[in-house]
Design a binder for this molecule. Structure first.
Ligand code: IFM
Length: 438
């Protein structure tokens, strides 16, 4: 494990998202988002918390940029809160909101850190939800307008712009199971929303391309391999369907211009309504693909289903630790699609250990080893963003689950570097120096 070597020009980063860290819920003209609404509904968030203060990053971004600098990373991935820069999701821009991202980007550039911007990390302006949200096809055009404005303002200063983060979650957890905002439980709606998210991605790509700016443009997908629990035909069929419904459902339209047959057949009457020309809009070249990897899917058709073996244990989310799934996933994607450069835009673990988080170090190192395997197998992976810089608002788990390499005391907002942060700093320095890292 000690001689893991990533390429010399490999990009090292950390990642966050707006709603999870910013707070400043109504400050400087910000509008409400669907997550503000969702948090206000009793029973939605396990610890009853919300994002109104979070890590107070809106006011403390300079301190956070100093922390980023102290880690020696090359890059910082963050998202913009749409309702902060356009409170109603249409019409007037909120200059004070854009001002915050201007200052953040400037602070990063002053420290020589590459800003990597994500446009949509789940916080739709509530005003658009009131008009149907992602079920309303018009929201796709609203998103394209927002993307165009963001590219126009920031396209020369940020290194990359991703349209969506993990549209699978918005579609399925937001509209299928109701676990995430806006909290719908409607399987047909989930499928239709997934199509609208993809369409909005395509429209946004076109609108941003027309701006002709240097920022690299792409999308971030959460992905996993799907392994059959046994050799039974039923488990294999379940695994194939799971992969088609989750990974290929988003990859095929973008990289092949069609939805996967197996998943379409499965959706049956729930298959999306697709407008003429939609797939051409969705199927267009990307400058990069962001892959978020946390676990694999373990597919058992038995009742009750067989559980994953979890030979390396589980994270505090209960997710199986399965680093080899990362190399298997990347090699499978590489074999099936003609891909642009890949960035691992998220990977990390929830752990309750406040300071000496050895398990997180082991987790990250094992996944970097898997990454090195994939690169040796020919996959063009250019960088890795550890999720997350800070402990933060972990969606329906509230503040109970901690993904940060930096501990946040929510009562005082004090930041303390965990062992994993110090280890990551040393690891990056060693990789740059071509030394074996511990
Ligand atoms: O915290 C989330 C993030 O917002 C999206 N990807 C998964 C992370 C951990 O659940």
């Amino acid at each position: 494990m000690n001689d893991i070597r990533l390429p010399p020009d490999f990009l090292w980063g950390v990642a966050t998202s707006a709603f999870q860290i910013e707070g400043a819920q109504r400050e400087d003209g910000k509008g409400l988002s669907i997550w503000d609404t969702f948090c206000s509904q009793p029973g939605r968030i396990k610890d009853g918390s919300d994002g109104s203060v979070a890590c107070d990053h809106y006011h403390r971004y300079r301190e956070d940029v100093d922390i980023i600098d102290s880690l020696g990373v090359d890059a910082y991935r963050f998202s913009m809160a749409w309702a902060r820069v356009q409170p109603d999701g249409r019409g007037a821009w909120n200059e004070a909101g854009f001002g915050f991202y201007d200052r953040l980007i400037d602070a990063l550039l002053e420290k020589g850190k590459q800003p990597h911007l994500t446009l949509y990390h789940w916080d739709l302006p509530q005003a658009l939800q009131d008009e149907g949200g992602w079920l309303n096809r018009d929201t796709c055009q609203r998103f394209a307008d927002y993307a165009q404005e963001a590219a126009h303002r920031f396209g020369t200063r940020v290194a990359s712009i991703a349209t969506h983060n993990e549209p699978w979650c918005t579609a399925n957890l937001g509209h299928g199971t109701g676990q995430f905002a806006p909290g719908l439980r409607d399987p047909a709606a989930a499928v239709q929303v997934s199509h609208h998210l993809l369409l909005s991605h395509g429209l946004a790509m076109r609108a941003m391309r027309a701006q002709n700016q240097p920022a690299a443009l792409g999308i971030v997908l959460n992905q996993w391999t799907a392994d059959p629990a046994t050799d039974s035909a039923a488990d294999h069929a379940l695994a194939a369907l799971e992969y088609a419904r989750s990974v290929q459902w988003f990859m095929d339209p973008i990289f092949k211009g069609r939805y996967p047959e197996l998943a379409l057949r499965h959706h049956g009457a729930h298959a999306p309504r697709i407008g003429a020309g939609d797939l051409e809009v969705i199927h267009q070249p990307l400058d990069f693909l962001g892959v978020n990897y946390y676990f694999r899917a373990y597919c058992s058709a038995e009742q009750p289903p067989r559980q994953a073996p979890c030979a390396l244990g589980r994270t505090d989310m209960g997710w199986e630790i399965y680093p080899q799934g990362l190399s298997e996933l990347l090699l499978a994607l590489h074999a099936e699609y003609t891909l642009p450069p890949i960035y691992i835009t998220e990977n990390g673990m929830a752990s309750a250990t406040p300071r000496h988080d050895r398990e997180r170090i082991d987790y990250v190192r094992a996944h970097l080893a898997a990454l090195a395997t994939a690169i040796a197998g020919g996959v063009d992976v250019r960088g890795y963003f550890l999720w997350s810089l800070l402990d933060n608002f972990e969606w329906d788990s509230g503040y109970a689950k901690r993904f940060g390499i930096v501990h946040v005391d929510y009562a005082t907002q004090q930041r303390t570097l965990k062992d994993s942060a110090l280890w990551y700093r040393d690891w990056i320095a060693a990789q740059r120096a071509g030394r074996a890292a511990a």
